[in-house]
Design a protein around this ligand. Structure first.
Ligand SMILES: Nc1ncnc2c1ncn2[C@@H]1O[C@H](COP(=O)(O)OP(=O)(O)OP(=O)(O)O)[C@@H](O)[C@H]1O
Ligand SMILES: [Mg+2]
Length: 279
């Protein structure tokens, strides 16, 4: 279990993460959804101990990272937002280096590397240099690397950013397989559909603060399951309703083009922050 308690990161001119509190249960697939600059990467980097926190605490299975850094590092696998592969090395070599750093014995290392290359569909390309990989393949290799030391929890920072629609769907399938294997996952994203499709619970984050936290369905129901969207005074407006009937009645009062559609997490975000996630 991961407990984030009052976690704060202050840079000179900005509070990137502002008293963040959340708990992620074992086996849960948790999403942090927020726009550019919301503080997602900073949060992931603090949990992965790359960025020092200003205050607050990060506790994994009852142990604070301030006191048990080594134990905690072994428990988490990290897939950063930016590619940090060794580009002049092959996929196999990238994994080999990580395995050695994590003191995995030779035989076990070979077996795990082969297994993870198979899992991520990279076996045939295992001897090619990482720099020759596509964006999606690089991301998969980073996931394989993050899983090599058998962590309990995986931190995925924007795993599908920059991928085309097809590659994104393939990545979702891979992440769903991880989910069904029972791994605990903290994913950050600014893609609405990604959060809705994959996550058991979603925390909406804006300007370093947690705005709302619940299952996607509960968040949507709280705002209203049906959205009436219309264009007026040069911009798009949304109103939210509990039922289709209420939405229909309201839509009848609008002149001009009106669309009635199911609400999504973008609407929830908009309602609570007056801002869009995907912009
Ligand atoms: N090293 C740094 N020095 C100063 N400010 C920083 C630094 N890193 C991040 N920030 C600021 O902290 C805030 C949060 O940034 P962060 O990268 O965590 O956002 P994000 O939610 O991951 O955004 P994106 O969706 O663009 O990846 C931003 O205002 C950013 O400019
Ligand atoms: Mg980021």
């Amino acid at each position: 279990m991961l407990n984030i308690v009052d976690l704060t990161k202050e840079y000179k001119n900005v509070t990137a993460v502002d008293h963040l509190n959340l708990t992620i249960e074992d086996g849960e697939f948790f999403g942090l959804l927020g726009p550019n600059g919301a503080g997602k990467t900073t949060t992931v980097r603090m949990i992965s101990t790359i960025t020092p926190k200003t205050s607050g605490d990060i506790v994994i299975d009852g142990e604070s990272i301030d006191r048990n850094l080594t134990t905690i590092k072994a428990k988490i696998g990290v897939v950063p937002q930016q590619n940090n592969l060794e580009n002049e090395m092959s996929a196999w070599e990238n994994l080999e280096v990580h395995g050695i750093l994590y003191h995995i014995g030779k035989e076990k290392r070979r077996q795990k590397i082969a297994e993870l290359l198979e899992f991520t569909g990279l076996t045939e390309r295992k001897d090619d240099l990482a720099k020759t990989y596509s964006g999606g393949m690089k991301r998969k290799l980073m996931i394989a690397r993050a899983l090599l030391h058998e962590p309990e929890m995986l931190l995925l920072d924007e795993p599908t950013v920059g991928l085309d629609a097809g590659a994104r769907r393939k990545m979702w399938d891979l992440l769903k397989r991880l989910k069904s294997n029972g791994l605990t996952v903290l994913l950050t994203t600014h893609y609405i559909e990604e959060a809705e499709v994959l996550c058991d619970r979603v925390g909406l984050i804006n300007k370093g603060k947690l705005v709302q936290l619940d299952t996607p369905l509960n968040l949507i129901e709280e705002v209203g399951k049906v959205t009436v969207e219309y264009f007026e005074d040069g911009k798009t407006h949304e109103e939210f309703f509990r039922t289709r009937e209420e939405a229909n009645t309201y839509a009848g009062t609008i002149e001009g083009e009106v669309r009635i559609r199911p609400s999504n997490l973008e609407d929830v975000f908009l309602k609570f922050t007056n801002r869009r996630v995907e912009s």
